[in-house]
Design a binder for this molecule. Structure first.
Ligand code: NAD
Length: 490
């Protein structure tokens, strides 16, 4: 088993520091045992980090740099994560629970954000606007300054990397508030910053409690832009804080995303989408395929196939699951596991059928059986509320209108899917589904290059892709009055 350092510090203004609020214990979800301690920042630590980021921004150390050079530094962080993947992955698995191979997928995802946004740095251009012979007018895209980023526990590296990379590539400085449940691997961002030569204060990494350090960061008067990924309830608090300081924010919130499976879909191929869509990271994915809305003609066969995938998964400690395959790790915490189990038994009480799974597992650690529910009605709590666990609800439809109505019938709108061999039907679905991304015939199709974000209470603003860059820059217009006459003209 990997040795893990017993105590992990925060990183403020280029220095490793203890936390003003003491330490917290990080548990290993695969065993339920304590893993390490993490320094916990208080509001004074947050203030020091924001001030360091502000000073670094005002020095011009990043923002005055030629973008292609800044991009090269961001890209160098890609190499750091790729080269250290074998060292980072076991730590990520031990603190977050996910199978070792999934930890590698996450680290590679994080590395790709630095690659992609490092490449984009030199492409953020303004334009010139014709105002006639007496003027020259142009726009410049300038960084906001200090970007505050608040990260959830389900993808602590990947979610942080997508915002850090875009912010640095556009010349902002950054303060990251890492998640309390699995903050350890975020240390590698600080090590990467040192390795690639980012100026002191450009990237500050601290863990703290949401209600204390998170709230202090979101409300800080020297923060110029906020990126928040997490629950709707916390997102509302962040938006309220951003309204007080009048800074823009991006909110990436939850989801209750539906795959519509038509009668002509390739049901065998759909099994692989079940594997990834709902059991990847034990279902703790904001864009999980938590509902399957299936045509009545293939309902029974599909339920059987989904249940077959669920019951074929080998569930156990992530550290023992190094190979890609039909396996699943624990959930991140006892609280999350018990909440999911409770939601399933409430659904059963409301009339849903537990086809397979539904219970906590008799193992040390925070394990839940991969679960499939059928006979779920659209208005049941299990069909409306995010479980954030390995639980899929199957609902039946008779015609296309009903399918779209069910899929759109929650407060969320993060992603959606259409499975069919009929292109016209797929396109009709894609245009009628109220979601920031629609997958046709492959759940999670897309990548770092494709914009990601929600409709409805799934949030606003977009991360990933070129769209995300515009969250990190503001437009300045420069209008120049030229000499009145054009020489040589009558
Ligand atoms: P959460 O809202 O409880 O916490 C997210 C972060 O916010 C944590 O770092 C937490 O410490 C911090 N926080 C908590 N209270 C705060 C406050 N008052 N002020 C400032 N910060 C505060 O969410 P979670 O349980 O960590 O993550 C799960 C949720 O995140 C799910 O709803 C999931 O769908 C969502 N999520 C969304 C995306 C996306 O990209 N849309 C990605 C991952 C997770």
């Amino acid at each position: 088993m990997t040795d893990i350092a017993p105590y992990w510090r925060n990183y403020i203004d280029g220095t490793w520091v203890d936390g003003g609020a003491g330490r917290l214990v990080v548990d290993d979800p695969g065993s339920g045992a304590p893993l390490a301690e993490q320094a916990i920042a208080d509001a004074a630590d947050v203030d020091r980090a924001v001030e360091a980021a502000r000073r670094c921004h005002e020095s011009g150390a990043l923002s005055d740099m030629r973008p292609i050079e800044r991009g090269r530094i961001v890209q160098a962080m890609t190499a750091f994560f790729r080269e250290r993947a074998d060292e980072i992955a076991p730590v990520l698995t031990r603190e977050a629970g996910k199978p070792l191979w999934e930890a590698h997928v996450e680290i590679e995802g994080a590395a790709k954000y630095f690659e992609y946004y490092g490449n984009q740095a030199a492409t953020v251009e303004g334009r010139s606007i014709p105002l006639g012979a007496g003027y020259f007018d142009f726009t410049a895209m300038e960084p906001y300054g200090v970007s505050a980023q608040i990260i959830p526990w389900n993808y602590p590296l990947e979610v942080a990397a997508r915002s850090i990379a875009a912010a640095l590539a556009t010349g902002n400085t950054v303060v990251v508030k890492t998640p309390e449940l699995d903050p350890l691997t975020s240390r590698y961002f600080a090590l990467a910053a040192e390795a690639v030569g980012l100026p002191k204060g450009a990237l500050n990494i601290l863990c703290g409690h949401g209600h204390e350090a998170g709230a202090a960061l979101a409300a800080h008067g020297a923060v110029n832009q906020i990126v928040f990924t997490g629950s709707v309830a916390t997102g509302q608090k962040i938006a309220a804080a951003a309204a007080q300081t009048v800074v823009p924010c991006v909110l990436e919130l939850g989801g209750k995303s539906a795959a519509i499976v038509h009668g002509d879909a390739d049901l065998e191929a759909f099994e692989e989408n079940v594997r990834w869509g709902i059991y990847f990271n034990a279902g703790q994915v904001c864009s999980a395929m938590s509902r399957v809305v299936v045509h009545e003609s293939v309902h029974d066969e599909l339920v059987e196939r989904i249940a077959g995938v669920a019951s074929s998964l080998s569930v156990g400690p992530g550290i023992e699951r190094a190979e890609f395959g039909r396996n699943m790790g624990p959930m991140v915490s006892l609280k999350q596991r018990d909440r999911a189990v409770g939601m399933v038994s409430a659904a059963e009480g409301a009339g849903a059928t537990v086809v397979t799974g539904g219970r906590a597992m008799n193992l040390p650690g925070f394990f839940m059986e991969p679960t499939v529910l059928s006979d779920v009605a659209p208005d049941m709590a299990i069909a409306q509320d995010e479980v954030f666990g390995p639980v899929v609800s199957v609902l039946k439809f008779r015609d296309e209108n009903e399918a779209v109505r069910i899929a759109n019938g929650t407060q969320y709108g993060l992603v959606a899917g259409v499975f069919t061999r009929d292109l016209d039907r797929a396109m009709r679905g894609a245009s009628r589904l109220r979601a920031g991304q629609v997958f046709v015939n492959e759940w999670f199709a897309g990548g770092v290059e494709t914009p990601f974000g929600g409709y409805g209470k799934s949030g606003y603003g977009r991360e990933k892709g070129r769209e995300a860059l515009w969250n990190y820059v503001q437009t300045k217009n420069v209008a120049i009055r030229l000499g009145a006459a054009v020489p040589g003209r009558a």
